[in-house]
Design a protein around this ligand. Structure first.
Ligand code: ADP
Ligand code: MG
Length: 559
């Protein structure tokens, strides 16, 4: 620390570039400080630093260090405590979580100890170094924040344990789903609505959730004991009900149930199949060499849809693409909301069938495929549909949201479907098949810009700049953190280690890709990465306009 202090005092009053000599390691009494990267000027992105406190100083309870998911939760919690301890020091920032608990690189456990990565805006007056201010910041304030976060006598280990307990319970609930034949679980007393579209905290005056008796299940958890709530079974589940009664709120709680939430979030006992994918319309996106034929065929002028590409998909095309891509990624649970769906993808009623003949309509609507998805491919759907009864015939479970509470109306819906047979005919040209294989030319996944400079940059959760390509992320609802997008941008070029990736085999390939290259990523000094899901990684790849795909598998000689 003495050395750091004397450097900072010696460069006081000099030009900003003199901060460069800070790069390196410094020993403090109970931790190491490493300056990985110094910003070039006061307006550039801030400098990257990390501290490493050896395990002998930062003693943690055994079950906090390992295994996952407790260790992920404890790392997440330490990041939050650091942020809180630094809340009066705007120059020091850490990439900590909000409502969701994610696997972040801001706090890591290594053999050497606990490593915390953060950024510091090194102080200046114009471009003149403020050496004494920097000394106070790095040699006084920072050690206080670090010790407040890590030293056992300053930590609130009860809060840490609660955080880890709640996360461990969510993992247990999620793991219990499959054996119980469920795709999602919403606990009694859960609080689903959020304060606003830009505030993800629980709505304060919310009506707590209460499962209908007929759909109530009890699942065990290691810490909270048995938990009761609504079990959403495999198969086809419709969520119906009047407008404003809470249908979309239920579905969004389910779609974020692939992630863990903090204690007090209200959704901390709401879990879903970890590979569940929300499908929605996204007109304007690109689609690459994708088999859309089960949903769209016989386009005007006989354009084939078995290997369909477009730079500008329509609403229905984009939703069909999202579905086929989800199947390719291996998802067995699809989540669909009428609010974000293309009408002509969802329904085609008897009157329209009478007016426009099937051979004049390229779209086979989802209503004609949903049962086959279940019966032929083992894919479940949870569908919010308040606007059409045409799905009653296929549904296994029908839940009505009324005054924000679920009712089981399966029997009534069945009776209604039997008493009022739909006039519409099922119009599926051929039996449903899994999407035809295609492969990715991995050399096309390259973030070099025009001048050969690698460029991966995120704009929040809205866009990823990848080379000269800008991927619109706004329709990827389950991408919840900009640091997931950043990690995806850095993980994608790792595909270059293969010749081509057969997309049918992709889930296996990408899963290993998510493990080894992720471990490599954590060895970079970046403290602002979050381990993404396979689904979002693939979703970004599928939207990358520069990516090249071809039909068939890599061994096919004919293109
Ligand atoms: P729907 O999809 O059925 O039209 P939404 O899910 O969009 O309805 O909900 C309508 C409004 O009701 C939203 O503003 C939402 O925040 C609010 N809301 C939903 N569930 C609850 C609840 N349990 N308690 C209080 N408000 C709720
Ligand atoms: Mg809605």
């Amino acid at each position: 620390m003495k050395r750091l202090q004397s450097i900072l005092l010696s460069i006081d009053g000099k030009g900003y570039k003199a901060y460069r000599q800070l790069t390196g390691d410094y020993a403090f009494d109970d931790f190491q400080l490493r300056v990985d990267h110094v910003q070039g000027d006061p307006f550039a992105s801030p400098s990257r630093l990390r501290v490493i406190m050896p395990w002998e100083q930062a003693i943690l309870p055994d079950d906090a260090r390992e295994p996952q998911p407790r260790s992920i939760a404890v790392r997440d919690w330490l990041g939050r405590v650091f942020r809180e301890a630094a809340s009066d020091t705007p120059e020091i920032r850490i990439d900590a979580g909000r409502q969701t608990v994610l696997d972040r690189t801001a706090v890591l456990f290594t053999h050497a100890g606990i490593e915390i990565r953060f950024t510091v805006s090194l102080p200046a007056n114009g471009r003149t170094i403020l050496g004494k201010t920097a000394r106070d910041l790095l040699c006084r304030t920072l050690p206080r924040i670090v010790r407040r976060t890590l030293l056992p006598d300053q930590r609130d280990d009860d809060a840490m344990r609660r955080h880890a307990d709640v996360v461990e319970d969510q993992a247990a609930l999620r793991q219990a789903l499959d054996a119980r034949g469920l795709v999602a679980f919403v606990a009694d007393d859960a609080v689903l609505p959020r304060r606003s579209g830009v505030d993800d905290r629980p709505l304060e005056s919310a009506v707590p959730f209460r499962a209908p008796d007929s759909l109530r299940v009890e699942l065990p958890t290691p810490n909270a004991g048995p938990v009761t709530g609504l079990g959403i079974p495999r198969g086809i589940t419709l969520v119906v009900g009047g407008g404003f009664h809470g249908k979309s709120t239920l579905l969004s709680a389910v779609q974020f149930g692939v992630y863990d939430h903090i204690p007090g979030d209200g959704r901390h006992q709401v879990v879903a199949d970890p590979e569940a994918v929300k499908l929605r319309a996204e007109d304007g996106r690109a689609v690459h060499t994708l088999d859309l034929s089960p949903f769209i065929n016989a386009l005007p002028y006989d354009k084939s849809t078995k290997a369909f590409s477009t730079e500008l998909a329509s609403g229905s095309t984009s939703q069909a693409a999202a579905l086929q891509e989800a199947l390719e990624t291996g998802s067995r649970t699809l989540l669909v909301d009428e609010d974000t769906s293309a009408t002509n993808f969802m329904i085609r009623d008897a009157r329209m069938q009478a007016l426009v003949a099937k051979d004049e309509e390229p779209i086979t609507p989802f209503v004609d495929r949903i049962a086959e998805l279940r019966d032929r491919l083992g894919v479940s759907t949870v569908l919010v549909m308040g606007g059409s009864g045409d799905y009653f015939g296929a549904a296994d479970t029908v839940i009505q949201m009324h005054d924000y509470q679920p009712r089981d109306v399966t029997a009534e819906a069945r009776q209604i479907a039997a008493a009022n047979p739909s006039e519409r005919r099922i119009e599926a040209p051929e039996p449903l098949q899994a999407p035809l294989p295609r492969c990715l030319d991995v050399r096309s996944v390259e973030p070099s810009g025009k001048r050969g400079k690698r460029r991966v940059k995120v704009r929040g959760t809205d866009a990823l700049e990848f080379g000269d390509d800008v991927v619109d992320l706004r329709a990827l609802e389950q991408l919840v953190d900009a640091s997931q997008a950043r990690a995806i941008g850095l993980l994608l070029p790792a595909a270059g280690t293969a010749d081509a990736i057969w997309l049918e085999d992709a889930p296996r390939w990408f899963r290993s890709w998510l493990t080894q290259p992720w471990d490599a990523l954590t060895r970079r000094p970046d403290g602002d990465l979050v381990r993404p899901r396979l689904a979002e990684l693939m979703a970004v790849l599928n939207r990358l306009r520069s990516a090249r795909f071809r039909p068939g598998n890599p061994d096919d000689s004919t293109p």
